[in-house]
Design a protein around this ligand. Structure first.
Ligand code: FES
Length: 572
């Protein structure tokens, strides 16, 4: 008897509808392609406008070979792609749109399973959110980091060194000519950013979750072994369909526990917090922002990669890779959490080995003993805010200073280098209007550049507070994801320049030292509450009306949860 798959609802039978579904797909394809063979979509985020992912079409070819070899039918499905450096006003505004469009196209088409090809920052999160909601068998192939570029005999870390070099220009220690010369050296090959930024973080964290074949994440984009892994992932996708191994059948709280441990041990991007919260929300798994502190705060930092450290992603791969890191913290992992292969994640750690302890520190000599993300609460962030102490200056982790407030990123740019700006190394820079609703889209602006007059005096870090996000390639004592955001009426909207703010990371406090009576008499300005833009139509309107706060993953309220793959009606 012929095996029935979801796609059989389109192709099975001899009636007019089955005829239509088959006939339009034939075009040289034999009838046997529709007889009991899993139809596997390759959800491909390749795009010339997402240069970090443009090589995914080559990877898709290897995935196709694997699918055919295992008896399935591969079908390439181009999906919304987001180029982090190109898309305005911020790629994060479109993450939920990409997730929604991908989910709907997987559901709407005669698809039994999918291979998800992502890389650049928002692409793996949006694919994971889609796969979680449609709940079809799915395996992720991360596109891999680029090779290290060099300038004047120094390795260049994507993103991180852009911040560093541009600060040096502003401080007068690097010429503009030299700065511009470094531009062509920054991106050496295909692949995503080579620092421990958001793309690298999400690839590794996806592997810790269990949705990548263990050992694959972090394989450099030009490495032939990535094509082999893509081939194997294609084969696996067919097996997932025949065994009905959908995300909901193996992703558990334990999977997210392992992802949070991994996030801390690799010194990963703070953006993973909102992305993991959003994916968990799609799966109906009860994950809270405080779990990142509770599970991850005491986890040691073992990976010496920029922005927190020295090396880059191809060094990590050469040094033993992600599994070697996880082996060092094996005792902190949930041993029961399964992977896409059906075996527990911890099963894959036995053969891992650290080949270069300069890149992957041993557990006995961590780079930082307790490196996870800290969740702060207090009168300035009743819904929570986060800080990555590993990227912060130790002397600022307990600090009291006067606020210097900026109402928007434009306000910041207009005034930051004004010689009359009342600011010194003890000040606390506050940027608001950058939350999910306020900007809109929660951009990566929280790591505000320092004023020129402080840079010239040798100051390299001061406390910064924002309701937006921070690039995974950035560093500094930055408190971000302040919830509720200013545009949602959070206390951040009421801060005035000159107010005292106290930060105490050890005790997880962030407080505005202004009495409740005085705050009650203050009114936020109009643009802070209503957002910088107030679009009347399109995605931005939908987004502003429905986006949740950072502590809920900044998903849209009507996208939380799972709809499954069922389609109730047929138009033919
Ligand atoms: Fe694409 Fe960094 S810009 S990964």
């Amino acid at each position: 008897m012929m095996t029935e798959y979801r796609s059989s609802e389109w192709y099975g039978g001899e009636d007019r509808n089955a005829y239509i579904h088959r006939a339009w797909m034939r075009r040289g394809v034999p009838a046997s392609a529709f007889e009991g063979r899993p139809q596997i979509a390759i959800a491909n985020t390749a795009s010339d406008l997402t240069p970090c992912n443009s090589h995914l079409t080559e990877i898709a070819q290897s995935v196709k070979n694997g699918i055919y070899e295992a008896g399935g039918i591969p079908l390439e499905l181009p999906v919304v792609s987001l180029g982090e450096t190109q898309v305005r006003p911020t790629a994060m505004l479109w993450r939920n749109m990409a997730a929604m469009a991908t989910e709907e196209m997987l559901r709407a088409n005669p698809i039994d399973g999918t291979v998800l090809l992502g890389g650049c920052d928002k692409t793996i999160p949006s694919l994971l959110m889609a796969a979680a909601s449609v709940d079809l068998p799915a395996v992720v192939v991360p596109g891999g980091p680029m090779l290290t570029g060099h300038f004047r005999n120094e390795a260049l870390g994507c993103g991180t060194d852009v911040w560093r070099l541009s600060e040096e220009v502003r401080a007068g220690t690097l010429s503009e000519v030299a700065f511009l010369r470094s531009e062509s050296s920054m991106i050496r090959s295909k692949g995503h950013c080579n620092t421990m930024g958001t793309a690298s973080t999400m690839a590794l964290v996806a592997e810790a979750l269990g949705v990548v074949i263990p050992g694959v994440a972090g394989t450099p984009a030009p490495d032939a072994r990535l094509l082999e892994a893509a081939h194997e992932s294609g084969r696996l996708a067919v097996q997932l369909v025949t065994e009905d191994r959908r995300p909901s059948t193996f992703l558990t709280r334990g999977s997210f526990h392992n992802a949070i441990v991994a996030l801390a041990a690799i010194g990963g991007s703070t953006n993973a917090v909102v992305h993991l919260l959003a994916v968990a929300g799609r799966l109906g798994i009860d994950l809270e922002v405080d779990d990142f502190d509770r599970i991850g705060a005491e986890v040691p930092l073992l990976v010496n990669l920029q922005p927190a450290g020295k090396y880059l992603m191809d060094d990590l791969y050469r040094a033993g890779g992600f599994l070697a890191v996880m082996k060092e913290v094996r005792d902190l992992l949930d041993p029961d959490a399964l992977t896409i292969t059906g075996r527990p994640f911890v099963d894959y750690l036995d053969d891992a080995h650290v080949w270069d302890p300069q890149v992957i520190a041993p557990r006995s000599e961590p780079l930082i003993a307790a490196a996870g993300i800290s969740v702060l609460r207090g009168s300035l962030a009743p819904g929570g805010a986060i800080i990555k102490p590993a990227a912060a200056s130790p002397h600022l982790l307990k600090h009291r200073g006067r606020a210097v407030v900026f109402d928007s990123i434009e306000d910041f740019h207009a005034r930051i280098d004004d010689p009359a700006l009342d600011i010194d190394e003890g000040s606390v820079m506050v940027l608001r209007g950058c939350g999910p609703r306020g900007y809109p889209g929660m951009p990566e602006v929280s790591n505000l550049p320092l004023p020129k007059k402080l840079l010239e005096r040798g100051v390299r870090d001061i406390v910064r507070i924002c309701d937006g996000r921070m690039s995974g390639t950035a560093y500094g004592t930055v408190i971000l994801h302040v919830t509720p955001e200013a545009a949602a009426g959070g206390p951040l909207s009421l801060v005035q320049s000159g107010d005292w703010i106290s930060l105490d990371v050890r005790n997880r406090r962030l407080d505005l030292e202004v009495s409740a009576e005085e705050l009650a008499g203050r009114r936020p300005n109009e643009s802070t509450v209503n957002g910088y833009a107030n679009p009347r139509r399109g995605w931005e309107r939908l987004y502003i009306d429905h986006v949740l706060q950072a502590d809920q993953g900044a998903d849209l309220d009507f996208l939380v949860g799972r709809s499954g793959a069922a389609v109730s009606r047929e138009s033919h």
